[in-house]
Design a protein around this ligand. Structure first.
Ligand code: AMP
Ligand code: MG
Length: 344
């Protein structure tokens, strides 16, 4: 699908050099269950193709997901290049981390091979930073506090002093994993988040569950275990509702404190759990109270997508960032605050 980059979009001033003109970057995402290739130029998204691994039973199995990516990666890349009108590619960006080791290695191998065969630069992109960059672009904002809530990750990020700093994060599992594990226990298939959301609509009562914010961090595994226990005494709808209310209140509290501390005026939501209407509603209320603006990117840019990797790769390449093959090893625990934001 070809989508016009909106009018508001402009690259940061220092990237407006002849060096950056007419670059077309292909980005590959495959940190977990979504394999996706996106192609962008400075002015538009040319194409995106995706293949999603669906576990037969249980949660995501890293080696099965990697096998899925290995099986589909050639066709996903071919499809993206074809729908971009066989555009000439000037650089290959890939998700270097964080993510599941076997999945990351599969994508990195394809990215290296492609960069070598096309003789173009290879760019290693931090997946969390890419969520933030695509959100900034999509929502026309420069400097947000971002709440990133996905299966494996839960972080509150904001720019300060040349890096995207982590103001708060989960001390154990990601919010999405917590929801999925509870949902599996309750008999729902993967992914559980949307099923919990619809079940919660039938709730009649709030049940008290452990609320765990420590400093600026939060934790979900105790809450998830308590929710499983609560199922012995309470209805599924009431537990789903209470689980959401408690977990989301924790996320919103930390986001609010990051907004207060940084004095930023925009809040950006990213990650698969960001699809949840109740979470959005709670963030919206908090932002309204604080006089901040709440931003949600288009759905296809909220979850994992190749376009965000291509777009961040483009920004990075424009500021002179690329990797040799030797430097391109994957980093399963890659933190966004390890990245120097040279393009902002
Ligand atoms: P991601 O890791 O960003 O691909 O996001 C996947 C996670 O988002 C899974 O844990 C899903 O259960 C969760 N998710 C998707 N839709 C919803 C929803 N409507 N409410 C809560 N969680 C959701
Ligand atoms: Mg993600």
């Amino acid at each position: 699908m070809k989508c016009q980059r909106p009018q508001y979009f402009h690259l940061p001033p220092h990237t407006h050099t002849t060096r950056t003109m007419h670059k077309t970057i292909l980005g590959i995402e495959g940190t977990a269950w979504n394999l996706s290739a996106g192609i962008v130029t400075e002015t538009e998204v040319l194409a995106e193709a995706t293949a999603t691994y669906q576990p037969a039973t249980g949660g995501i199995h890293p080696r099965e997901a990697a096998q899925h990516h290995a099986t589909h990666i050639a066709s996903v890349i071919r499809k993206a290049i074809k729908s971009a009108g066989d555009a000439q590619i000037d650089g290959i960006a890939f998700s270097q981390g964080p993510g599941m080791g076997p999945c990351l290695r599969t994508v990195a191998t394809a990215a290296r091979a492609l960069a070598l065969s096309l003789n173009v630069p290879l760019i290693g992109v931090n997946h969390c930073v890419a969520h933030l960059e695509i959100g900034r672009w999509q929502c026309r904002i420069d400097d947000p506090v971002m709440l990133y809530v996905s299966g494996a990750n839960s972080q509150v990020l904001a720019y300060r002093g040349g890096r995207y700093r982590i103001f708060g994060e989960t001390l154990d599992i990601g919010i999405g994993n917590a929801l999925d594990k509870f949902a599996r226990h309750a008999g729902f298939s993967h992914p559980g988040g949307p099923k919990i959301e619809s079940e919660a609509l039938a709730a009649t009562e709030y049940i008290s569950l452990p609320y765990s914010v420590k400093g600026m961090d939060f934790s979900f595994s105790g809450l998830m275990t308590a929710a499983k226990e609560a199922l012995k005494k309470h209805s599924l709808a009431n537990v789903c509702f209470s689980l959401q209310e408690t977990a989301f209140a924790m996320l919103v509290e930390v986001t609010e404190r990051a907004v207060a501390h940084t004095e930023k005026n925009d809040v950006l939501l990213a990650g698969g759990v960001g699809a949840n209407t109740r979470l959005r509603e709670m963030l919206e209320i908090m932002c309204k109270d604080r006089g901040a603006k709440f931003h949600v990117p288009e759905k296809r840019f909220m979850g994992d997508n190749g376009t965000m990797i291509a777009y961040t790769g483009l920004l990075m390449l424009a500021s002179g960032e690329s990797l040799s093959i030797e430097e391109s090893m994957v980093i399963p625990d890659y933190r966004p605050d390890q990245v120097d934001v040279t393009w902002k």
